[in-house]
Design a binder for this molecule. Structure first.
Ligand SMILES: *[C@@H]1O[C@H](CO)[C@@H](O)[C@H](O)[C@H]1NC(C)=O
Ligand SMILES: *[C@@H]1O[C@H](CO)[C@@H](O)[C@H](O)[C@H]1NC(C)=O
Ligand SMILES: *[C@@H]1O[C@H](CO)[C@@H](O)[C@H](O)[C@H]1NC(C)=O
Ligand SMILES: *[C@@H]1O[C@H](CO)[C@@H](O)[C@H](O)[C@H]1NC(C)=O
Ligand SMILES: *[C@@H]1O[C@H](CO)[C@@H](O)[C@H](O)[C@H]1NC(C)=O
Ligand SMILES: *[C@@H]1O[C@H](CO)[C@@H](O)[C@H](O)[C@H]1NC(C)=O
Ligand SMILES: *[C@@H]1O[C@H](CO)[C@@H](O)[C@H](O)[C@H]1NC(C)=O
Ligand SMILES: *[C@@H]1O[C@H](CO)[C@@H](O)[C@H](O)[C@H]1NC(C)=O
Ligand SMILES: *[C@@H]1O[C@H](CO)[C@@H](O)[C@H](O)[C@H]1NC(C)=O
Ligand SMILES: *[C@@H]1O[C@H](CO)[C@@H](O)[C@H](O)[C@H]1NC(C)=O
Ligand SMILES: *[C@@H]1O[C@H](CO)[C@@H](O)[C@H](O)[C@H]1NC(C)=O
Ligand SMILES: *[C@@H]1O[C@H](CO)[C@@H](O)[C@H](O)[C@H]1NC(C)=O
Length: 407
């Protein structure tokens, strides 16, 4: 062990934790008494975020304020304790969560830079105190200001490993405008303890991000297990288990009038889907704008292509393994399902094996304005629900299929 020299900092701060700095290593000492540790955390990143190391002890850190620690370089972050977010002051978060500039989404923590190694050693934990948010939002889809737990912002050449995320406030994490990031051995559990649903608790979302690997994840949640949102490419999801959520999603995209958005080259393989609604699904907004983001929109265009869900096991899939809809619109609005010009092509579900709860294997509802091309369901073995005699494949505006015939 190196000797640790205490350094007194910020004499003006009257509460919360403090930083002990030695060379380029910053150890964050928590207050331990539920006073705000976020100023000390931010200070550690300021002092040691360029070529240094930031260490959290096996203790609980209490966070009452937003944190913005971007522009880091060559830094190692060791989380051996729990970061626990306060949700006592809902109006503070609604007013101050940091904006992503997309869908009015916002975040409690922006973290980013080049060559970051964030290690939770299998037990370092983010606890978002989400139950308070699930109860507060009462199922409203996107409440402006409800924060994501973590935004990985403008990050390159980095790894996040061995971290646990419990009861996230909303989406668990968003990789935004980031490339060459590996996310491995991540555990996510955001489940409501009461009758209010844990809606919008996605395990992870990508936005404007490329060359991302998700490996060794376990996600228990009430929304997309992992979702690729606009302008994402070259994504690999493997060796992971998804419980109770919606499965691995593409979209929704096409929400912004006249904007071109894409998702391409996404491979999901060697995963388990347990009681999820789908295995792989794609959702786009209609071609007709109704209302405005975050909860309305439509009229965007672009493409989704070269996406595959392969070599995975299923158990009790609630709706169907394969799903496409181009009918997303403002809640309450209906119709215009043939208007999206967003082109979906080269989509594969293959090597899937296990049980579904009824007879539906695929529900592929594409848009008449841009019919889906080259949809494949191959080499799979679905054990149908009780009383089901034959698997069904519903299709609309699908021009070419392989491995199945539309029912
Ligand atoms: C909380 O702990 C800090 C030391 O980290 C101390 O300065 C502060 O007085 C304590 N506050 C309370 C309310 O006990
Ligand atoms: C963290 O500290 C707790 C006691 O506060 C202890 O039970 C636990 O084993 C420690 N975990 C690790 C990984 O050191
Ligand atoms: C990345 O950062 C580590 C320190 O955390 C450093 O040892 C390594 O050289 C850096 N890599 C590059 C390519 O700069
Ligand atoms: C809660 O946050 C609001 C908005 O930031 C602030 O005005 C208010 O003083 C805070 N309330 C408490 C009890 O801290
Ligand atoms: C975070 O801090 C950087 C540097 O000060 C600033 O440019 C950026 O706008 C901040 N981000 C947010 C979301 O506030
Ligand atoms: C969403 O953000 C836009 C600007 O980007 C703003 O005009 C609109 O009022 C916001 N909506 C809500 C519900 O906050
Ligand atoms: C990440 O790399 C891309 C492409 O090399 C670059 O445009 C971007 O500025 C980099 N981001 C950071 C935070 O360095
Ligand atoms: C990422 O790392 C590779 C080599 O490891 C290096 O060539 C590349 O420049 C780095 N990119 C950024 C944006 O730092
Ligand atoms: C991410 O993982 C891939 C494949 O395992 C590896 O080639 C790459 O170097 C890793 N990137 C980082 C930033 O660790
Ligand atoms: C899926 O498994 C088959 C048979 O083992 C193998 O040939 C194929 O390469 C695998 N696909 C992927 C994407 O790993
Ligand atoms: C679909 O995949 C085939 C074969 O891999 C390729 O030739 C074709 O260009 C792809 N089409 C699109 C629209 O991506
Ligand atoms: C299967 O059919 C039997 C007889 O019609 C019925 O009683 C039972 O509820 C059905 N089971 C399911 C799961 O639908």
């Amino acid at each position: 062990m190196l000797p640790v020299l205490p350094l007194l900092l910020l004499a003006t701060r009257v509460y919360g934790g403090h930083v002990v700095k030695h060379d380029t290593t910053c150890i964050v000492q928590p207050s331990g008494n539920f006073t705000d540790d976020s100023p000390a955390i931010v200070e550690a990143f300021t002092l040691c975020g360029q070529g240094g190391m930031i260490e959290f002890l096996n203790e609980t850190y209490w966070i009452e304020k937003v944190m913005n620690t971007t522009g880091l370089n060559d830094v190692q972050i060791d989380l051996r304790g729990t970061l626990l977010w306060s949700a006592a002051n809902i109006s503070y978060w609604l007013e101050n969560s940091l904006p992503l500039g997309y869908q009015n989404q916002s975040s409690a923590w922006f973290l980013g830079g080049n060559n970051i190694t964030f290690n939770g050693h299998g037990y370092g934990t983010f606890n978002g105190n989400g139950q308070i948010w699930y109860d507060y939002t009462k199922g409203v889809s996107n409440l402006a200001g409800r924060p994501h737990a973590l935004t990985i912002w403008e990050t390159n050449n980095s790894t996040f490993t061995g971290i646990r995320f419990l009861q996230s406030q909303m989406w668990t994490m968003t990789l935004a405008y980031s490339s060459f990031v590996n996310m491995s051995d991540i555990f996510v559990s955001s489940l409501s303890n009461d009758s209010e649903p844990a809606r919008n608790t996605d395990g992870a979302d990508t936005l404007g991000s490329h060359h991302i690997i998700f490996r060794g994840w376990e996600v228990h949640n009430g929304d997309d297990s992992i979702a690729m949102k606009r302008n994402s490419s070259d994504i690999l999801i493997e060796n992971s288990s998804f419980y109770t959520g919606l499965g691995v999603a593409i979209g929704s995209i096409g929400q912004y009038l006249d904007e071109v958005e894409f998702v391409e080259r996404v491979l999901t393989r060697n995963c388990s889907f347990i009681g999820t609604r789908y295995v792989g699904y794609i959702k786009t907004w209609t071609g007709v704008q109704q209302g405005f983001p975050p909860n309305g929109g439509g009229g965007g265009t672009g493409w989704v292509r070269d996406v595959a869900w392969t070599n995975s096991t299923l158990s009790q899939i609630v709706l169907q393994p394969a799903e496409i809809t181009q009918c997303t619109t403002f809640s309450g609005a209906v119709g215009e399902c043939d208007t999206s010009t967003l082109q979906i092509s080269n989509i594969t579900w293959s090597g899937l094996e296990g049980s579904i709860t009824n007879s539906s294997i695929a529900d592929l509802e594409c848009s008449g304005a841009a019919p889906c091309q080259n949809l494949e369901i191959l080499n799979s073995n679905f054990i149908l629900g009780t009383n089901a005699t034959a698997g069904t494949y519903s299709c609309h505006a699908v021009t070419s299929t392989e491995g199945f015939t539309c029912s």
